[in-house]
Write a protein that binds this ligand. Structure first.
Ligand SMILES: [Zn+2]
Length: 260
């Protein structure tokens, strides 16, 4: 028995919110205490589609060449990206793999799991953010109980919330909700009591709109004014993973080390 390797992705989770609020984010606090935490400073562009693709293919953007959800007015589909993801390789090798809601494409991608993403993977209001949090948490809990070799699960909501509400207390309220969900997944289930392995990771951090090196959205969108944008510093916490993760691509190699 080798246990489950669980990668919990939190799109756009940033240390600049988590670190100063650890007393209010009890699950993050516990993870920081028992695990190893660090910042991944992206050398590649901090765009979600590309970074999630890098993370699970092990390839650089110049190799996978997938940068955005829409190219020439067409939505990019999984088959148009000419890479093998870690779940493809492990599945072919006979491992049990469950992948839920990974936003390298829209709607987010699932593998060996039947899941209908909320709001086409771009939840834009409070009702949809709540729905994503509830449904991804419930499904992830169910998958943890199955005990697959690899489980990947991603929350996308903080990315959207921060774009529209950066600088407001509202952002921290949502971090608390995500923190509660992490508690349900990791601590209430006893996931870390055995020899399971965990990576909690974001694809990029966040900052004020004007401070971002790369502007990922126009300042005014039909959903409202953009107040925050992607920062190159992403969040990483690992528990029981003896592999030096310095770049998104290293997540692929860390999983490979244990499961192939
Ligand atoms: Zn993102």
């Amino acid at each position: 028995m080798t246990g489950t390797f669980f990668v919990l992705g939190i799109d756009a989770a940033t240390w600049s919110i988590v670190r100063p609020n650890l007393t209010r984010l009890s699950s993050f606090k516990k993870l920081v205490e028992i695990g190893e935490s660090k910042t991944i400073t992206l050398e590649e562009k901090p765009v979600s589609a590309s970074v999630w693709c890098s993370m699970f293919s092990g390839k650089l953007p110049t190799e996978h060449r997938h940068e955005s959800y829409v190219v020439n007015g067409e939505i990019v589909v999984r088959d148009a990206i000419k890479v093998d993801f870690i779940w493809d390789l492990l599945h072919d090798a006979g491992k049990s793999v469950r992948v839920l809601n990974v936003p390298f494409v829209v709607p987010p991608y699932s593998f060996n799991v039947d899941f209908k993403p909320v709001g086409f993977g771009l939840p834009t209001n409070e009702k949809e953010w709540t729905e994503e949090l509830v449904r991804v948490t419930a499904e992830t809990k169910r998958l943890i109980a199955e005990g697959p070799d690899l489980l990947v699960s991603v929350y996308t909501l903080l990315d959207r919330i921060q774009h529209f509400h950066w600088g407001e207390d509202y952002v921290l309220e949502w971090y608390k909700r995500v923190d509660d969900a992490i508690g349900e997944l990791i601590f209430d289930t006893g996931f870390l009591d055995g020899d399971n392995r965990l990576i909690v990771i974001s694809d990029h951090g966040f900052c004020s709109f004007g401070e971002a090196k790369v502007q990922t959205l126009p300042e005014y969108t039909k959903s409202g004014r953009i107040k925050g944008d992607h920062h190159e510093n992403a969040l990483l916490i690992t528990v029981n993973v003896d592999y030096d993760i310095e770049r998104p691509q290293d997540v692929f190699y860390a999983i490979k080390k244990y499961l192939m």
